[in-house]
Design a protein around this ligand. Structure first.
Ligand SMILES: Cc1cc2nc3c(=O)[nH]c(=O)nc-3n(C[C@H](O)[C@H](O)[C@H](O)COP(=O)(O)OP(=O)(O)OC[C@H]3O[C@@H](n4cnc5c(N)ncnc54)[C@H](O)[C@@H]3O)c2cc1C
Length: 219
């Protein structure tokens, strides 16, 4: 693709599971009828679900849970821009971005014909009482590595462990989305159940292995 290409421009904000999956599916269904650009502040896919396994098995997740995005996207003729998304102007059909490889880069405006927003969520750690003082998380590389250090290098002092996942809204009830199964995204108010169960079992195993207690410490 080049700057003079007049094909409709699909811009996808976010390059993790939703962004990468959207880009590949759009290429599959639309063929070369569109040009596609993916934007993300980082140029790798982060395999979030595997962070707990690395943390409890004493591996730094940053060394294992990343996949380079650029080659994968280039394989499907999808452009990639590493940039911070600052704002979306729906009326003008542009996105305001700042390339972030080096500090001080000038902000840029990128126009689109179709826009996919796949920027993930914002976790509200500040809403969890006591989190700042006692909390840990396996939701990203930084926090996962902090917990690994605590568990395997003497930071855990043997106190009770509470494991949880806050409730959240997923889906917005949107209709008319065929061929999406059922034609709508159901609105579900639910907590993410898989990771807490996984972390609970890993924590019980950790306590037994390190002779620091049994599962009765875990709530
Ligand atoms: C411990 C754990 C285990 C999990 N296990 C599973 C599982 O087994 N199965 C499952 O289906 N799900 C699981 N999940 C949930 C899953 O990880 C998320 O649903 C998934 O990561 C969401 O993907 P996403 O692409 O929508 O958002 P994200 O993965 O959050 O990606 C958003 C992307 O947008 C980028 N971005 C955000 N804001 C900006 C900005 N302003 N400018 C530029 N880029 C930006 C980010 O860098 C990121 O790459 C688990 C989650 C956790 C924490």
């Amino acid at each position: 693709m080049n700057a003079t290409d007049k094909k409709p421009h699909v811009v996808i904000l976010g390059g993790n599971f939703a962004g990468l999956g959207s880009a590949q599916k759009i290429r599959q269904y639309a063929g070369d009828a569109v040009q596609i650009t993916v934007l993300d502040r980082k140029d790798y896919l982060l395999f979030v679900p595997n962070i707990p396994a690395d943390v409890f098995e004493n591996r730094n997740p940053a060394m294992h849970q990343r996949m380079e995005l650029r080659d994968v996207l280039a394989h499907d003729q999808i452009n990639f821009i590493q940039a911070e998304v600052n704002a979306i102007d729906v009326d003008s059909e542009v996105v305001h971005i700042t390339p972030n490889e080096r500090p001080g880069a000038a902000a840029v405006t990128l126009s689109y014909d179709y826009l996919v927003v796949a920027l993930g969520n914002r976790l509200a750690f500040e809403d969890i009482e006591g989190f700042a003082e006692f909390g840990d998380s396996v939701s990203d590389l930084y926090l996962g590595e902090q917990l690994r250090q605590k568990l395997h290098f003497g930071g855990y002092k043997g106190g009770p462990i509470a494991i949880g996942s806050a409730r959240f809204h997923q889906g917005d009830g949107a209709k008319g989305l065929e061929p999406y199964p059922g034609g709508s995204i159901p609105d579900a108010l639910a907590a993410c159940e898989g990771p807490p169960v996984e972390v609970m079992m890993a924590a019980a195993h950790y306590l037994a292995e390190t002779k620091q207690g049994d599962p009765s410490k875990i709530t």
